[in-house]
Design a protein around this ligand. Structure first.
Ligand code: SF4
Length: 369
């Protein structure tokens, strides 16, 4: 598997977000011994200490040097909201005054002890997003910059502090298009799935893309072992382009071919995400087309209820979008199952705190530097 190359996000030098070889190089460049880098790496990701003061294996002068020369904390918790269903939404401040959100979602299935079977962290990869999907609140925030790998990893480390149960799954499905910050997303993934850190298993990390074909091809060619999901949301090129402007650049037939290429290279199934909109993509013809697409290779389809984004004051076509009725939603699932599609329902976790899928967007003032 290829090692990602760093895409530099300017600002103070970060300690977090570096793979072990990168951290070792950084220490050598700063006149420190290589083995010290391993001690720092373990302290950050295995012992998960709060700061350099707690890295007890390091001599005091080195702890002081790290504190003065590097940024040891990549994100700072600003607010934490709790949903009635157990979902938690985090707003994190970044070093340059910008902010991003992450969402921690317990699975509905519970173990015998009442604990959720899975605990999934939905992480952000960019500040804002420039892809403009009409159903997505994040699209109302202009893209400001990519997150560094440290800012991605630190969302996990900070969120974990607020849960007694270990985070078991990571989805790159928060703010931003992960394929447009590929290098930093993959560096963060290498740390998340490193045998040494054991933060999460590779099969429990999912990258969700709006359909950036070069990224899909690259993941396939590099043999990335994490999972891939596509925000499909419509079964014709025309309809998809109405919802997602990126579909005009990366058209549906080529997109599906890129997924088939990905499957041939990795032997990994792909997940289709499908938000159901009333009267737009919930007809029997949609069921048939979706079934046909889904059966072209091993896939899973997540059907997702639409959560309104009225708080972003959508305009034009976006303003018209409504969720399908509950009956229609259930009918759609049933028809897909009758059509031999491997279907799952993605719930409305965190809807009461605007943390559900596609709803991540704090006020634009708070995102300004
Ligand atoms: S759905 Fe994803 S890619 Fe589309 S605008 Fe929202 S954050 Fe960007």
């Amino acid at each position: 598997m290829a090692t990602a190359q760093r895409d530099i996000v300017s600002g103070p030098i970060e300690l977090k977000g570096r793979t072990l070889p990168e951290l070792e190089n950084l220490f050598l460049e700063h006149g420190e011994r290589k083995y010290r880098a391993k001690q720092v790496y373990d302290a950050m990701y295995i012992q998960r200490v709060a700061g350099c003061e707690d890295m007890v294996l390091l001599p005091q002068p080195l702890r002081e040097k790290l504190n003065s020369e590097f940024r040891t904390q990549s994100v700072q918790l600003k607010t934490l909201q709790h949903s009635q269903d157990g979902t938690k939404k985090f707003l994190f401040d970044l070093w340059d005054g910008r902010s991003v959100e992450s969402v921690l979602i317990p699975s509905e299935m519970v173990e015998q002890d009442g604990q959720p079977r899975r605990l999934t962290l939905c992480v952000s990869t960019q500040v804002g997003c420039n892809l403009g999907c009409v159903f997505c609140a994040t699209a109302s925030l202009k893209l400001t910059r990519n997150l560094s790998s440290g800012e991605i990893v630190d969302q996990f480390l900070e969120a974990q502090k607020h849960s007694s149960k270990p985070i078991t799954n990571i989805v790159f499905m928060g703010m931003g298009e992960p394929m447009n910050n590929y290098e930093n997303v993959m560096l963060a993934t290498e740390i998340f799935t490193d045998q040494r850190t054991k933060m999460v298993a590779p099969r429990r990390v999912t990258l969700s893309t709006a359909g950036v074909i070069p990224g899909i091809i690259r993941m396939a060619d590099e043999g990335r072992i994490i999972k891939l999901a596509l925000s499909l949301h419509a079964t014709t090129q025309e309809r998809r382009a109405e919802l997602m402007p990126i579909a005009k650049k990366y058209k549906l037939p080529e997109l599906i071919e890129s997924l088939e290429y990905y499957y041939r290279k990795t032997r990994k199934s792909v997940t289709y995400e499908y938000i159901l909109f009333d009267g737009f993509n919930d007809s029997i013809e949609d069921v048939r087309r979706l079934g046909k697409l889904a059966r072209r290779m091993p896939t899973k389809v997540n059907v997702i209820p639409f959560h309104d984004i009225d708080f972003t004051q959508p305009q034009g076509f976006a303003k018209e979008l409504r969720p399908s009725s509950r009956e229609k939603f259930e009918w759609f699932i049933r028809e897909l199952r009758n059509d031999d599609v491997n279907v799952f329902i993605r719930s409305s976790s965190g809807e009461d705190i605007d943390a559900a899928c596609g709803q991540l967007a704090f006020s634009t003032e708070s995102s300004a530097a």
